[in-house]
Design a protein around this ligand. Structure first.
Ligand code: SF4
Ligand code: SF4
Length: 188
């Protein structure tokens, strides 16, 4: 006997239950959905009106955040899009030591180093790119940096792009993260 026969999987046929008259016309479920939605609407309208009058302030009513124009306030500890910090003259603090590039588990940091014109600083990045399409947001690059030159505190979470190439951030973008991302609103 084939060993596969002895391990044959028993199949159990489950018959599709027949729908009754009310289930077939979907009418009760439609009514139930409308009742649930309208009960939320009237509850929120009532409590927002009461709050405007200074009553029932302890009871919360739902607030709609108009995403993407408005966004929730994010925790300052949240790792968001990267940025490169600057010196007082506006140049990057990065000394192109490659620590972040070496530690990155996703291999998504690409740095080209060049000599710094200041003899007190050994190197600087000629180019510094991060491919957010590969990044796993582990924060190792920030931890590894000896110069506090890279941070993940921009509060920018919009990282969608139309192409893989569009997911790459270059040095000017990292030095000046796009500020149009959000109007931060109070927590609802
Ligand atoms: S957050 Fe992690 S994966 Fe992303 S660039 Fe930094 S080290 Fe690499
Ligand atoms: S670890 Fe810091 S200083 Fe070194 S290359 Fe990365 S960002 Fe620059």
């Amino acid at each position: 006997m084939d060993s596969r026969d002895s391990m044959a999987i028993k199949t159990k046929i489950i018959k599709r239950p027949k729908l009754g008259f009310w289930e077939n016309i979907y009418f009760p479920e439609v009514i139930r959905g409308i009742l649930i939605t309208s009960s939320h609407f009237w509850r929120n309208l009532f409590f927002h009106t009461m709050h405007a009058l200074g009553l029932f302030k302890a009871i919360r009513a739902a607030v709609t955040i108009m995403y993407p124009e408005e966004k929730r306030r994010l925790s300052p500890r949240l790792r968001t899009r990267h940025r490169l910090t600057k010196r007082e003259d506006g140049s990057p603090r990065c000394v192109a030591c490659m620590m972040c590039e070496s530690v990155c588990p996703a291999n998504c940091i690409y740095i080209v180093a060049e000599e710094h014109p200041d003899p007190n600083i050994e190197k600087r990045p000629a180019s510094f790119d991060i491919d957010l399409g590969k990044c796993v947001y582990c924060g190792f690059c920030v931890e590894a940096c000896p110069e506090d030159a890279i941070r993940m505190d921009t509060q920018i979470l919009d990282i969608a792009a139309f192409s893989r190439e569009g997911m790459k951030l270059n040095m000017p973008e990292l030095l000046n993260p796009n500020p149009h991302y959000a109007r931060v609103v109070a927590k609802s």
